[in-house]
Design a protein around this ligand. Sequence first.
Ligand code: CDT
Length: 348
Amino acid sequence: MPKRVIARNTVGNGEGDPLHSLPAEAADLRRTRGCFMERFLAVAGGQLGPIARNESRQQVVSRLLELMREAKARGSDIVVFPELGLTTFFPRWWMDDEAELDSFFEREMPSPATRPLFETAKSLGIGFYLGYAELANENGATHRRYNTAILVDKNAEIVGKYRKVHLPGHADDRSHYPFQHLEKRYFEPGDLGFPVWRAFGANVGMCICNDRRWPETYRVMGMQSVELILLGYNTPTHLPWIPVYDHLAGFHNHLCMQAGAYQNSTWVVGVAKAGNEEGSELLAGSCIISPSGEIVAQATGNGDEVFIAKCNLDISRFNKEAMFNFAQHRRVEHYRLITERTGAIPPD
Ligand code: CDT
């Protein structure tokens, strides 16, 4: 399995900031030579193979637990699971029956079925990111459906919740295709924005699948000094209504995540649900990307698999202080169109 450690720590013992005790010139030198780093986080991707429509929550959770235990045995601080990681990718089917649709959603987190994930995480001392379909009843509103991810710390506390903002696909019935993509029918757009949390000794953000294709996703988190972005995905390798780029599915997957990592000087961890799921082939290619834009660890197959990188969080400082020093170089007076308009119009 390809695995490599970027920019090993050559100074300091992990306590305090060694730069503080150095003369300014030495600190600068060490900074430019990249030898002052000290914050490491061992991150595991917990890629899933397909989940069958009739697979129970208990069966899926036992697969997730196996991945979690392996991740911990291999020294990880956190394991990242896919989008909708508790069920099959149900938006591929048109459903009219509310009860049938609801059967794919979680009404509480943890629930009796998902509690073992929290208990095992706590006893092992490992955090996790998990995507799931959320049925929310809050602030007097009932039955709100979101495509959600949570960030859980080593004490099994939910420290962050994110609801998918960019919902792809369509809301109309396209039953003439072998499978559909009905996220626009089954979910409403996330209402929590793109927060960044202080967790695991890092600035951590989350997004979900199609969000990774939009530069705004990364930049909004970049504006909050994000150092680690976690995301899960379910990406069909064939889109029946627009097959023209099917052969580039893997390239586009890495292209957008590598660009997001580089342009915002952040680690990005993208984890797939992969393989042939109920007749729909889902892209694999799960990976961990450094702030340089390089892929440093990658899943090798399209089934359940753990892959790991020891991430030096401090290398995200390099371009945050240089090429992508936002405070020095951004020119917001020229960016207004990005938030004033949704669709593009022809030039004047
Ligand atoms: N799950 C998800 O968001 N998948 C989309 C592909 C579907 S586009 C109709 C993605 O961007 O990978």
